[in-house]
Design a binder for this molecule. Structure first.
Ligand SMILES: [Zn+2]
Ligand SMILES: [Zn+2]
Length: 291
């Protein structure tokens, strides 16, 4: 597992990157504005959980009582219209414990419940570390988080100098944000490792030995003339898809952009998600914003 940055840096890095990408990628402003507002609530939840240190058996009740109300409030204040409308319809009958309990048990749940539970439990699990994550339900294998059993929401290539045991590739858990090493050119969804079945879509082309396609026309699709047409928007992010299970993840290459913060950059790469979807791939785990 990679060394987690110290707490203050972790949140400052996310905040700063959200502001940077907001300026650079106008099409992602709505998502990033909301994420920026949510980050404030999550950082506070993280700090409070670090001092309160609820025991594993109290995790669900703690998250439901201490974090869900603030996440509901910020989502109503700053969330996209669709989310606000969905929440307004069920806020009266919502049982915060039930929805957090279903999330840590990896049970099926409605999208709004899953979003609330995930946004609320995430920073608490990050603050408490592996002991709390161990109480979550899910398979512990190569394709799932070794801490909590969650599924990966993104993939990244680490900077040289970090743990290179798995060729420098890591998957990041959609539930507790822990990372684990995973072989390159292997599908995180089904384990397929035949490169002829693992197409990569990127704006910049791919290394030799990989089955790559160059993505063109992303900007035309966005209808946004504020970005010069010749500039690759996502030189450091690519779609890694699989023709066996028809799933994909976005991969963030930190060597190509050392200032990237994978969890933030992935959120802002909406055009790549649309591109993958148009080709019939679905993401192994959508990000917090549902893409
Ligand atoms: Zn996890
Ligand atoms: Zn696959």
């Amino acid at each position: 597992m990679t060394q987690a940055p110290v707490a203050a840096e972790l949140w400052a890095d996310r905040r700063l990157r959200t502001v940077e990408l907001r300026a650079r990628q106008p099409f992602a402003r709505e998502v990033l504005d909301f994420y920026g507002a949510l980050l404030g609530v999550q950082e506070q939840a993280y700090e409070e959980a670090r001092s309160a240190r609820p025991r594993s058996g109290e995790l669900v009740a703690y998250v439901a009582e201490m974090v869900v109300p603030a996440v509901v409030n910020v989502s109503i204040a700053a969330g996209p219209q669709q989310l606000r409308a969905a929440m307004a319809g069920q806020i009266e009958t919502m049982d915060a414990r039930d929805l957090v309990d279903a999330w840590v048990k990896s049970e099926e749940q409605p999208a709004v419940d899953r979003y609330l539970a995930r946004a609320s439990a995430g920073p608490v699990l990050e603050a408490l570390g592996p002991e709390a994550a161990a109480s979550c339900v899910g398979p512990r294998d190569q394709r799932h988080c070794e801490s909590c059993g969650g599924s990966p929401q993104l993939s990244y290539f680490a900077l040289a100098g970090e743990d290179l045991a798995a060729g420098g590739r890591f998957l990041l858990c959609g539930r507790c944000h822990a990372s684990w090493g995973y072989a390159r050119m292997t599908c995180p969804g089904c384990g397929e490792d035949s490169s002829s079945r693992l197409p990569i879509f990127s704006e910049e082309g791919t290394a030799s030995g990989e089955r790559g396609s160059v993505v063109r026309g992303l900007l035309g699709k966005l209808g946004d003339d504020r970005i010069p047409e010749h500039m690759p928007l996502f030189g450091h992010i690519r779609i890694e898809a699989c023709d066996t299970c028809h799933q994909y993840l976005l991969n963030v290459d930190l060597a190509a952009d050392p200032a990237a913060v994978p969890i933030v950059d992935e959120l802002a790469a909406l055009p790549l998600d649309l591109y993958a979807r148009e080709r019939g791939y679905s993401k192994i785990t959508p990000n917090l914003m549902g893409f």
